[in-house]
Design a protein around this ligand. Sequence first.
Ligand SMILES: C[S@@+](CC[C@H](N)C(=O)[O-])C[C@H]1O[C@@H](n2cnc3c(N)ncnc32)[C@H](O)[C@@H]1O
Length: 238
Amino acid sequence: MAVPRITEAFRTGAGMGWHEHNEGVFHGCEKFFRPDYAANLVASWIPALDDVEAKLKAGANVADVGCGHGASTILMAKAYPKSTFTAFDYHEGSIKAARESAVRAGVADRVKFQVAKAKEYPGKNYDFVAVFDCLHNMGDPAGAAKHVLSTLKSDGTWMIVEPFAHDDLADNLNPVGRVYYGGSTLLCTPCSRSQEVGLCLGAQAGEMRLRDVVTSGGFKRFRRATETPFNIMFEARP
Ligand SMILES: C[S@@+](CC[C@H](N)C(=O)[O-])C[C@H]1O[C@@H](n2cnc3c(N)ncnc32)[C@H](O)[C@@H]1O
């Protein structure tokens, strides 16, 4: 069903927003990424960040931006019951599905889902902001970085989870890279292109390019915290 629309977008270069895709894309995305989050987010990604795990255990104010169906938010809410979570996505249908998932998971009391763009989401003084596999989908990821910085406490942390990629294209020509380049061409890059700025980072941007984007948004510290075969986790701090 989406093929004629995607074909047209390739011809015109106009891009195609995430919200314009079929329902199956949103479910498929959750099914693709959730297993890596379920296996690693609480067990190893958060512990790889400086100071964050202790804050989450004690009770922190957290934002999950570009949350999709909320898989990451719900996993964190279950693991850190003293913390409060607000998750944002510009796609209304995903926010509705995320709210329903939170009710089913029994965490609706400490998780809020709201429709908002990454450059505009409300709230201040977050201890921890996370973006899961979505920074590269945004039209203006540097603008989003600037906004994240303005909403974080001065000792806060931004965790950027991105698809695993090396800096050089030749090093990404492996089975994982092929999956991501396919998804990037059909979903991620057209999504970015459909938005303001339209930077089109793509799902295989790599650490050097991502560092540029994050530091151009005003973050002073940026490091690779950890990785799996499917994802790289970066820690950015003011
Ligand atoms: C690949 S999905 C990842 C969803 C979720 N974080 C996950 O890991 O399952 C990318 C998400 O980014 C969202 N998105 C794209 N551009 C956005 C923007 N400018 N502001 C907020 N969300 C955005 C899309 O609606 C979509 O839910």
